[in-house]
Design a protein around this ligand. Structure first.
Ligand code: MTE
Length: 321
C-alpha cells in the first residue's frame, strides 16, 4: 500500500517533540501540584483516574529479579506512561487519555494453531497460572529514542509451556485487539489492522522474552498495552506488541503490522544495531527520555550475551531491520 502521509514515528529526530518541551510542560504541571502528569496535549489527571480500576492491582508490586540490571537510571514513570506509540489510538505520542477508553475486563487470550489443545484463557486465570516478577529492561524504539522500565510479568516461555506447541510449530504469531469503536486509529483504513507481530520459537523461548502485565509496581496502564503486552528488549520497540488477544503457533513466518505496511523499512527480525541505519535516519545513537544529550546505541540493545547465538547461521537474513 502506498502511504503518502508521514507517520508519527517516521518524523526525523529534529521534527519530533523535543524533550525540553515535555520537561517544561512537566515543570508547569508539577508547580500546579498535579504530580508527574504532563499537561497540554498530554492526558488530564481526571481522565486517567476515571478509567475503571484494574482488578489485578492487588498482585503488585512483585519481587524484582536482580539478574537484569541497567546501565542508566530508570525513566521517570510520568514520562514512560505519557510518551507512547499505540497507533490504535492515534499516531501521536500523546494517546494516553484516549487509551483509557479500552475495556480491559473481561479480557480473553486465545492460544491456537499448532498446539496440542487450543484454549481460551481469561486474563485473571492466566495470571493465576504464572509467577510474576519484576525486570529492569532497556526499551529502544526504531525512532531512536529509548527508556528504561521496571516491567512486571512472566517469561513468554511460561506461556509456550502452557500451550504445548507441536514440534512442527516454527513461529509464534501475536495479535492485538480490534475494536474501532474505542480505538479510533483503527478506523484509518490504510493501516493493516489488527496489529500483528511474530518471532521464531527460539526467540519466544529465550529467557529475555517477557510478557508484561505490570509497570512501576502496578498493573500496566492501558496506554502501555494493558492487560498483556510483550517486551523483547533486544529488538526495536515495534516488535513489543501491546494489548494481546491471540497467540498462534504456526509454521508460516508472520508478517507484522509495519512489515506489511512498509517492508523495505521494517522487517521481521528488527534486532537493534547501531551500524545498520533506518533508510531515513541513523541508528548510531539514541535520545534517552528524560536525560540530556544522546547515548551510543548498543548492538542488540546491550543484550548480545543472551541473544547473539540465536542468529548464528542466519547472516543472509535482514537481521537488523
Ligand atoms: N503495539 C500495538 N498494538 N500498537 C502499536 O502502535 N507500537 C509499538 C509497540 N507496540 C505499537 C505496539 C512501538 S513502535 C513501540 S516503540 C512500543 O510499542 C511503545 O511502547 P510504549 O508506548 O509502552 O513505550
Amino acid at each position: 500500500m502506498l502511504i503518502k502521509r508521514k507517520r508519527g514515528w517516521e518524523l526525523r529526530e529534529s521534527e519530533a517533540t523535543p524533550e525540553s518541551v515535555f520537561r517544561d510542560r512537566r515543570r508547569v504541571v508539577q508547580a500546579m501540584g498535579m504530580g508527574a502528569l504532563i499537561a497540554g496535549a498530554a492526558p488530564g489527571a481526571a481522565a486517567l483516574a476515571a478509567a475503571p480500576a484494574d482488578p489485578s492491582a492487588g498482585l503488585y508490586p512483585v519481587k524484582r529479579n536482580e539478574g537484569y540490571t541497567l546501565d542508566r537510571p530508570i525513566t521517570d514513570e510520568g514520562l514512560a506512561t505519557t510518551y507512547n506509540n499505540f497507533y490504535e489510538f492515534g499516531s501521536q505520542k500523546t494517546i494516553a487519555e484516549d487509551a483509557q477508553e479500552l475495556p480491559i475486563r473481561p479480557w480473553s487470550v486465545v492460544i491456537d494453531g499448532m498446539v496440542d489443545k487450543p484454549m481460551t484463557l481469561a486474563i485473571d486465570d492466566l495470571l493465576k497460572r504464572v509467577t510474576l516478577e519484576e525486570r529492569l529492561y532497556r526499551h529502544r524504539c526504531v525512532e531512536a529514542w529509548s527508556m528504561a522500565v521496571p516491567w512486571s510479568g512472566f517469561p513468554l516461555k511460561a506461556l509456550v509451556d502452557l500451550a504445548q506447541p507441536l514440534g512442527s510449530a516454527k513461529y509464534l504469531r501475536m495479535e492485538t485487539f480490534q475494536n474501532p469503536k474505542v480505538a479510533h486509529g483503527q478506523k484509518q483504513f490504510w493501516y493493516p489492522w489488527p496489529y500483528i507481530e511474530g518471532m521464531t520459537m527460539a526467540e519466544a523461548t529465550n529467557e529475555l522474552a517477557f510478557l508484561v502485565t505490570g509497570m512501576y509496581g502496578k498493573p500496566v496502564p492501558r496506554q502501555d498495552g494493558a492487560p498483556l503486552r510483550l517486551a523483547l528488549p533486544w529488538k526495536y520497540g515495534f516488535k513489543s506488541i501491546k494489548s494481546i488477544v491471540r497467540f498462534s503457533f504456526t509454521d508460516q513466518r508472520p508478517v507484522g503490522f509495519w512489515e506489511k505496511l512498509q517492508g523495505n523499512e521494517y522487517g521481521f527480525w528488527a534486532n537493534v544495531n547501531p551500524e545498520v541505519p533506518h533508510p531515513r535516519w541513523s541508528q548510531a545513537s539514541e535520545r534517552v527520555l528524560g536525560a540530556e544529550g544522546r547515548r551510543p546505541t548498543l548492538l542488540y540493545n546491550g543484550y548480545g550475551e543472551y541473544v547473539a547465538a540465536l542468529y548464528q547461521g542466519l547472516e543472509g537474513e535482514r537481521l537488523f531491520m
